[in-house]
Design a protein around this ligand. Structure first.
Ligand code: ATP
Ligand code: MG
Length: 244
């Protein structure tokens, strides 16, 4: 686990960003960091602005003010494609897999656009996902649309892993899954990310499932960060009502 006292250059640095849809501002001066190898959770209720935040980091939304740096370079003026190629991946909360394709075809698509990746290297990465989530190997020829919810979530994370991002952006991985299943999948992912040195920014409403894997948490209420702390401190809290 990364000690929060260790001073490290952040991999992702979000500084005072505001985002609006038409005339309505939905993020108000949000600041947060993700350090290399760190798993950071942003917790907030429906409509708090979690998906908007992830979309802004990836470049789908442009902030009206503030700045975002990823891996030492400003990202807000770059295209989504450029941000993906420099090492970000976003796993959406809804419909995260190609339902009409097989499991293995979904995984191969994870490396779409990766320059200079040989077929052998691609197959190694797919194999690595199969070792991480053996259930996917058993189902490799099955259509993704016929997988269970938990298996689809594993596949979605597998697609992201194949691109070997420096930063995985995860939008509510707990949605629709039993807590034990979420826990299992996220701990497996966290272990793999630790080995590969990847960072994760995960947004969640499900506080407990996020706290089990995150090193640090931010609380987002109505588009503003109201508090942040290390997970060990958050885990001792009896309630989170003051942050939501
Ligand atoms: N494309 C859009 N156009 C206009 N308003 C939007 C758009 N997308 C989101 N919003 C509004 O911005 C606010 C934040 O939405 P967002 O989807 O970021 O919240 P969220 O925290 O991800 O919520 P949930 O937990 O329900 O997914 C909401 O009030 C929403 O209605
Ligand atoms: Mg959302």
């Amino acid at each position: 686990m990364i000690e929060s006292s260790v001073v490290q250059t952040p991999l992702l640095s979000v500084r005072d960003i505001s985002v609006r849809y038409a005339k309505r501002e939905v993020l108000h001066g949000v600041t947060l960091d993700v350090r290399p190898g760190e798993i950071v959770a942003v917790l907030g209720h429906n409509g708090a602005g979690k998906t908007t935040l992830l979309n802004t980091v990836l470049g789908i939304n442009k902030p009206t003010s503030g700045s975002i740096e990823f891996d030492g370079a400003p990202v807000t003026s770059r295209s989504v494609r450029a941000n993906v190629l420099t090492g970000m991946s976003l796993t959406a909360a809804e419909r995260p897999v190609f339902r009409e394709l097989t499991v293995v075809s979904n995984l191969r698509l994870g490396a779409y656009g990766a320059k200079g990746l040989s077929k052998a290297d691609l197959e190694d990465r797919v194999e690595d996902v199969f070792s991480t989530f053996p259930r996917l190997r058993e189902r490799s020829g099955q259509l993704a649309g016929s997988l269970s919810g938990g298996e689809q979530r594993m596949l979605a994370l597998g697609i992201a892993l194949v691109s070997r991002p420096k930063l995985m952006l995860l939008d509510e991985p707990s949605v629709g899954l039993a807590p034990a299943v979420v826990q299992d999948i996220l701990s497996t992912l966290a272990e793999r990310c630790e080995t590969l040195g990847m960072s994760i920014l995960v947004v969640e409403q499900n506080v407990r499932s996020a706290l089990r894997v995150a090193h640090r948490v931010y609380y987002l209420r109505m588009g503003a960060v109201v508090h942040d702390e290390i997970s060990a401190v958050a885990a001792e809290r009896e309630s989170f009502w003051e942050f939501f």
